[in-house]
Structure formats: structure tokens, C-alpha cells
Design a protein around this ligand. Structure first.
Ligand SMILES: C[S@@+](CC[C@H](N)C(=O)[O-])C[C@H]1O[C@@H](n2cnc3c(N)ncnc32)[C@H](O)[C@@H]1O
Length: 346
């Protein structure tokens, strides 16, 4: 089994996280435990009934209810895992991997780590030969992210390092100048970190910022231009509209996630290089005054901050899931090393 891409296959075991789809498409995510039970108003589904069955099985769950059991995909997992901070949605993670050009073997810096949703995509894309260094200034968020990554992968990958601290201060101490291939920033005020990012990025390297509001987007763009260290920034947003495809009723879904955030990317120029055909605007870093920084508070950009009590609850929830996943991974390795895996029962 590799560090970053364990193969989530084989019969269900204790410790596995399983997504159940019940009557009317209702979703339940459980971690299989000895003696564990899922109680719904329709009846009881014992975890033991799932152990040994192949992924994709249908099991009875009391009354006439039946449940389809599947191991969650990465996109399912991040949507259901415990959250400290707002996550990057899968539609944006996919674009971030593409637009920031995260390649196998890349040295990637990420900040902040938040709940670890984006970290999982970066780890997967950078692969076993890569390295992902995730910076986070709030310890509890780092705890949630560590637990979520361990839950999904069954271990903490050796290719991942979580550094506690503010990126602007911690980055220079952790990576050599020009030693990083890609930087992905998902934070309130990424412009505060762009000078250290410019120093850390290798010439030709990519910086990508994910921001929630147009005002943040504008400030990042002007700051990038003002450094003179980057190519002309490119901005985009990603809207994914699901379709209902059934019989003759083939149409877009009535509802969609319309707005999550904007992506803005630029590439590090070689030191002293001035691109010939880039029409440079002469907006300087000072286009925004220091007092503007006060405006970029979570409340001002519409972010709901989590309470300390709620955050501690999420940490405990995430750590319990990670313990279960480590137990399942250890069980899988033990079984692979000693005996044949249990056969699925009919
Ligand atoms: C929206 S969350 C990141 C979510 C994460 N990308 C995910 O997918 O789960 C933003 C995080 O950035 C952290 N943060 C903000 N500014 C930072 C900085 N200068 N250095 C390190 N972390 C920072 C915050 O504490 C918060 O956890």
C-alpha cells in the first residue's frame, strides 16, 4: 500500500467509513464498530451485518428499509467529514489541482490547512514522490485536518507536514528560497503572504489563491502585479450544474451550489525579468491602505466563524474517526500479511 493512495477496496471491515444510502436517498455516514448500530425511525442496522460484505452491497436495516453501502469517494468524504473551517468544495479542488498544475513529485505549500479538504487533493496529486507542506495558524484547525487526513488515508502520509504558525512568518524558516514548485493559499488575506511566497517559489512556479469575494480577488490581483515578481494574474470561477437525466425528463437540476470562491493564479518570473508583452498597470501595493486590512474580517466577507465549543466538538469527532480508520488500516495490513482476506458473505 502506498502512503498517499491506499486502495480503498476489499470487503468491509471494522474501522471502515461507510456511506449508506437509505430510503428516499437519505445519506448516513458511519464508521464500522464492533457492537455498533445505526438507529433510524425505520429500525436498526447492525454494523456487524456489513462486515465481510463487498463494497456496493445492499443490506436490510429494519422494517422494509434497505441501504446501499459504499466506501465514500474523496468527494463524498470531504463533504461529510468534520469541519473546523469552511472547506474547499470538490469542484474547486479539481480546478485548483489543474490550474495550479500540481504534478506527481511536486513540492507544494498550502495555507491554511483549515479542515484538510484541499490537503487531501494536493496529497493525491503530488503523489508518493511529492511533498505537501501545509501551514495553519490555529492549532484546533490543524488537529481537525490531521484527523480528517488520517481518517481518509488510514494513516498520516510521510509526504505531508503540517506546520503550525502564520505562513508569512513560518514559510521562510521552513523552505529554502526558490525551493517550492507550487503554492496554494486559501485564507482571508493572502496578499499578506505574497512576498514570502515570491521568495519561496522556484522561477516558473505557480501561486494560486482561492478567495471568497470579489473585493479579495481585486486586492490579490493588484498585489501580485505590484510585486513585479509574477506574470499577469488570471482569475476564474467554477460553476458546476448537475443534470437530471431520467427518461424524457432531461434537464438541469433545479438547485446548484452557485458561488463558493474565485481562483487567481500567476507564475513566478525569473529574478529581474520583465515580460515584454504584458501590459503592466502601475497599481502599487499601496493601492490599498493598512486600514483596509481591518475590512477583511471573517464577518465582513460573510464567513461564519465557528465557536470554540463547537470547534472542540469537531476535533473530538474527527479524532474518533481517525482512530477507527487507523484500526481498519492496521487490520487490512495484518490480514494481507497473515491470512487471506475474509470472503464476502452472500
Ligand atoms: C477557509 S480555511 C481553509 C480550508 C481548507 N483549504 C480546506 O479545504 O479545508 C482558512 C484557514 O486559513 C487559516 N489561515 C488564515 N490566515 C493564515 C495565515 N496567514 N497563515 C496560516 N494559516 C492561515 C485559518 O486559520 C483557516 O484555518
Amino acid at each position: 500500500m502506498t502512503e498517499t493512495a491506499p486502495r480503498p477496496s476489499g470487503p468491509f471491515r471494522y474501522g471502515d467509513r461507510v456511506q449508506l444510502t437509505g430510503p428516499k436517498g437519505k445519506l448516513y455516514t458511519i464508521t464500522l464498530r464492533e457492537g455498533g448500530e445505526l438507529h433510524t425511525h425505520r429500525g436498526v442496522l447492525r454494523h456487524a451485518a456489513l462486515v465481510g460484505l463487498p463494497d456496493g452491497s445492499v443490506v436490510p436495516g429494519g422494517g422494509d428499509a434497505e441501504y446501499l453501502a459504499l466506501r465514500p469517494l474523496l468527494r463524498d468524504f470531504v463533504m461529510s467529514m468534520p469541519r473546523g473551517a469552511t472547506i474547499v468544495y470538490p469542484k474547486d479542488s479539481a480546478q485548483i489541482v489543474a490550474q495550479a498544475d500540481i504534478f506527481p513529485g511536486a513540492v507544494v505549500v498550502e495555507a491554511g490547512v483549515g479542515s484538510g479538504a484541499l490537503s487531501l487533493s494536493l496529497l493525491r496529486a503530488a503523489g508518493d514522490a511529492g511533498r505537501v507542506i501545509s501551514f495553519e495558524r490555529r492549532e484546533e484547525f490543524a488537529d481537525v485536518a490531521r484527523a480528517n487526513v488520517a481518517t481518509f488515508l488510514g494513516r498520516t502520509p510521510a509526504t505531508w507536514e503540517v506546520v503550525l504558525g502564520d505562513l508569512a512568518e513560518a514559510l521562510p524558516a521552513h523552505v529554502p528560497a526558490a525551493g517550492v514548485d507550487r503554492v496554494v493559499l486559501d485564507m482571508l488575506a493572502p496578499w499578506e503572504c505574497l512576498d514570502v511566497v515570491a521568495d519561496a517559489l522556484t522561477p516558473g512556479g505557480v501561486v494560486l489563491c482561492y478567495v471568497a469575494t470579489a473585493t479579495q480577488l481585486s486586492r490579490v490581483a493588484e498585489y501580485l502585479r505590484g510585486t513585479g515578481a509574477f506574470t499577469e494574474p488570471e482569475a476564474s470561477e467554477t460553476m458546476v450544474r448537475g443534470w437530471h437525466v431520467q427518461g424524457l425528463s432531461v434537464r438541469p437540476d433545479h438547485r446548484m451550489v452557485a458561488h463558493t470562491g474565485f481562483l487567481i493564479t500567476a507564475r513566478r518570473l525569473a529574478p529581474g525579468a520583465v515580460p515584454p508583452d504584458v501590459r503592466r498597470r502601475t497599481v502599487r501595493k499601496t493601492a490599498y491602505g493598512d486600514e483596509d486590512v481591518e475590512l477583511w474580517t471573517p464577518g465582513a466577507v460573510g464567513d461564519r466563524d465557528i465557536t470554540d465549543k463547537n470547534l472542540r466538538k469537531r476535533v473530538r469527532e474527527a479524532q474518533r474517526a481517525a482512530d477507527g480508520a487507523r484500526q481498519a488500516a492496521a487490520g487490512r495490513e495484518g490480514a494481507a500479511g497473515s491470512a487471506e482476506a475474509p470472503r464476502p458473505t452472500a
